[in-house]
Design a protein around this ligand. Structure first.
Ligand SMILES: Nc1ncnc2c1ncn2[C@@H]1O[C@H](COP(=O)(O)OP(=O)(O)O)[C@@H](O)[C@H]1O
Ligand SMILES: [Mg+2]
Length: 283
C-alpha cells in the first residue's frame, strides 16, 4: 500500500506539510500560540511534547481547521501540497479532512455514536470516503478491524461502543481515521487515557500503520516517553512557543533547554532510559 515516490537522486522532495510561524489567538484578545514552525515529509514522524496548556492541541486544531469558536489563526501558514490549511473554507476542507488528513484524539468514545455498533460506524466512514457498496464496506471494515489487531473482529464489528475497552475503542477510531488511506495523521494525546500496556500496544499500532501506509504522523503528548517511542523528530513547546526542536536522539541525549532537560530527567524512572540506552548504542 505504501506509495513509492519516483524522485531523481539529488533532488530533495518538498515537505508534505510546512508550518511557518503559525499563530493562534483569541480573536481581538491575547495570543496563545506564538509562531510554531516545522516541516514534515511524507512518511516522517514528528512528536510535539510539552506540559498541559503549552499550545499543542491548539496547534493541531489550527492545522485541522477545527479551532473552537472565538479562536483563530492570527498569523503564519501551514502549507500542505501547496494549499494553506489555515485559509481553507469548508469546501476546501471537504476533499482533505478525514481523507488525506486525519486525526485521532484522547477520548475515543466521544467520537462514536453510542447507539450504533462500531462496525457499522466504520463501514459508514468507508462508504462515505471510498464510495463502497454496503457489502464491500462491511468486508473492508472487517479486514481493517483484523488489521488493527482486534481479535474476534466479527464479534467486535457488531458491538456497541460501551461494550469495548478504551484501547479497543481507540483502535476502532484509528481504523476509521486511516480507512481512506490518508497521508497525514495527527494523533493528539491519543494514548493518554489508556493504561501503560495498552498505550504501548496502540503506539506500536500507529508505528506499524505509519510504515505500511507511508503515513506522515504528528504525535502529540505531554509525555516525552510516548513521543520518543515512535517519532524521529521532536519539538518541545512551552507557553505557546517552541523552545527546542531536533531529532529525538539529539533532544534526548543532549537537551539544550532547562525545561527539556527536566522532562528528560523526570522520565528516568518511567522508562525513558531504554530509549536513551538505545540512542547511545546507535551512536
Ligand atoms: N477555547 C479556548 N478559549 C480560550 N483559551 C483557550 C481555549 N482553548 C485553549 N485555550 C488556552 O490555550 C492554551 C493552550 O491550550 P492547549 O493547546 O489546549 O494546550 P495543550 O494541548 O498543550 O495542553 C492554554 O492556556 C489554554 O487555556
Ligand atoms: Mg491538548
Amino acid at each position: 500500500m505504501s506509495s513509492q515516490l519516483n524522485i531523481p537522486s539529488g533532488v530533495v522532495p518538498e515537505p508534505l506539510l510546512s508550518v511557518r510561524n503559525l499563530q493562534v489567538g483569541i480573536v481581538g484578545a491575547k495570543r496563545l500560540v506564538h509562531g510554531v514552525s516545522f516541516e514534515l515529509h511524507a512518511g516522517a514522524t514528528l512528536g510535539i511534547v510539552g506540559e498541559s496548556g503549552s499550545g499543542k492541541s491548539l496547534t493541531c486544531h489550527a492545522l485541522l481547521g477545527i479551532l473552537p469558536t472565538g479562536l483563530a489563526v492570527t498569523g503564519g501558514s501551514a502549507l500542505y501540497r501547496g494549499a494553506d490549511l489555515t485559509r481553507l473554507n469548508r469546501r476546501g476542507w471537504k476533499p482533505l479532512r478525514g481523507t488525506r488528513i486525519s486525526a485521532v484524539f484522547q477520548d475515543p468514545a466521544s467520537y462514536l455514536n453510542p447507539s450504533i455498533p462500531v462496525g457499522r460506524q466504520l463501514a459508514e466512514a468507508l462508504r462515505c470516503s471510498l464510495k463502497l457498496s454496503r457489502s464491500q464496506a462491511r468486508e473492508r471494515g472487517l479486514e481493517l478491524l483484523k488489521k488493527i489487531g482486534l481479535r474476534h473482529a466479527e464479534a467486535v464489528y457488531c458491538q456497541y461502543p460501551f461494550e469495548l475497552s478504551g484501547g479497543m475503542l481507540q483502535r476502532v477510531l484509528i481504523a476509521i481515521a486511516v480507512c481512506a488511506g490518508p497521508e497525514l495523521l495527527i494523533a493528539d494525546e491519543a494514548t493518554t487515557a489508556l493504561d501503560v500496556t495498552v498505550q504501548a500496544e496502540v503506539l506500536d499500532l500507529l508505528a506499524e500503520l505509519k510504515r505500511e501506509l507511508n503515513l506522515a504522523l504528528v504525535l502529540v503528548s505531554h509525555d516525552l516517553a510516548v513521543v520518543a517511542q515512535v517519532c524521529d523528530q521532536v519539538i518541545v513547546m512551552r507557553h505557546g512557543v517552541i523552545i527546542e526542536a531536533g531529532t529525538t536522539a539529539q533532544v534526548l541525549a543532549d537537551p539544550k533547554h532547562p525545561y527539556t532537560r527536566s522532562l528528560v530527567d523526570n522520565h528516568q524512572e518511567y522508562g525513558l532510559e531504554r530509549f536513551l540506552e538505545r540512542e547511545m548504542e546507535d551512536a
